[in-house]
Design a protein around this ligand. Structure first.
Ligand code: AMP
Ligand code: MG
Length: 339
């Protein structure tokens, strides 16, 4: 069996920091957490080093609480005790409550209970494989956000026996929101980049918005098909190219459709969601990638702006998207703005 692994974690977004040469240098810190390279770039009047250190500690703490790859994380404990109540921290509780609400809102396109499926595929792990069709069929009944029970007063969570949580599609959004809050409290500006999640806080030194490059899903890591000018919002991208493996000439990527048990095949190359609420944008970008172009209405209904790139090379966006973020398609791009 031909089995080649292409499992890369590459930036889906590029930030242009140019335009601040005459001003103070930013403090930058890069941390590996939440399965990705996290880069903080901060412009602070006070102690920028201390700020990014606080940010790094927060990233490690979130990783320790939320990762399914850590046996002692709160999420792993909930999974190990499936069928029983598990007490968790207030932050983990509220993220799971939010994830449940967003799963309902997206009609299960985003579903944090597909942990049994992500484990079977192990796309982000050491031994990615294509599970047998009957194995997938046996796991599907275990998926369903309705199985999450919440006891707020006791800060306890329970999932059904056999179920498993996977918060990988929303955790980076929470992390971006939490880091942005740390910067806000310190009256600092900057950019938080967590793989496919970027939070642009404030404006650049010269008052202009940040320019975020959208990676070309068909190009290399250095190829960007468009830029977006943003300020005080998060830009989140989901794409098949972020994590995948190849077997027998077929690509299997990391965004799964809970209805089929297989990688989503909705005809998109990538989905992009913009919102001041990065947790929302993260869940929505995953949901949009699963639903396809038709999912734009979901994002709009949730109060976010979104853009999708189809396999036919056409871009579709929520109303007003192009005006609001000063969208610029790269010269020479083969993609077209279709609607
Ligand atoms: P993202 O990169 O935010 O789109 O999240 C993808 C990650 O979330 C995957 O690596 C899985 O761990 C998990 N995941 C995959 N498909 C889904 C889905 N349909 N709903 C929720 N989480 C998912
Ligand atoms: Mg997501």
């Amino acid at each position: 069996m031909k089995h080649r692994r292409f499992l890369f974690i590459l930036p889906a977004l590029l930030i242009a920091l140019a335009g601040c040469a005459a001003q103070a240098e930013p403090v930058q810190r890069t941390t590996f957490a939440l399965g990705t390279v996290c880069t903080q770039t901060v412009y602070a009047s006070g102690d920028g080093e201390a700020l990014t250190l606080a940010g790094e500690e927060l990233l490690y703490a979130l990783d320790a609480q939320l990762s399914v790859h850590r046996a002692q994380s709160e999420v792993s404990l909930i999974n190990a005790r499936a069928g029983e109540w598990t007490e968790v921290s207030a932050r983990t509780f509220s993220l799971i409550a939010r994830a449940k609400a967003l799963a309902e809102q997206t009609g299960g396109a985003f579903d944090p209970t597909l942990g049994v499926l992500t484990k079977a595929w192990d796309i982000a792990g050491e031994h990615p494989r294509v599970p047998a069709a009957d194995e997938i069929a046996s796991l599907l009944p275990l998926i369903g956000w309705q199985g999450i029970e919440l006891d707020e007063a006791a800060s306890c969570v329970r999932i059904c026996e056999g179920q498993a949580l996977d918060l990988g599609a929303i955790a980076k959004g929470l992390a971006a929101d939490a880091l942005a809050e740390i910067y806000r409290q310190a009256d600092a500006r900057g950019v938080i980049s967590l793989g496919g999640n970027v939070y642009a806080l404030g404006a650049k030194q010269d008052g202009a918005p940040w320019r975020v490059g959208l990676r070309d899903p068909l190009g290399t890591a250095e190829d960007y098909f468009a830029t977006l000018a943003v300020q005080d919002v998060s830009v989140v991208v989901s794409g098949a190219y972020e994590r995948y493996f190849e077997q027998d000439g077929k690509i299997y990527h990391h965004i799964l459709d809970a209805q089929t048990g297989y990688p989503a095949a909705s005809g998109l190359l990538c989905s992009v969601v913009v919102s001041a609420d990065s947790t929302l944008a993260d869940a929505l970008s995953t949901a949009l990638f699963v639903r396809g172009q038709g999912g734009l209405a979901l994002a709009e209904a949730a109060g976010a702006d979104a853009l999708v790139l189809t396999e036919a090379g056409e871009l579709f966006a929520t109303p007003g998207f192009y005006d609001q973020y000063d969208f610029a398609l790269n010269e020479g791009s083969n993609y077209v703005q279709a609607g």
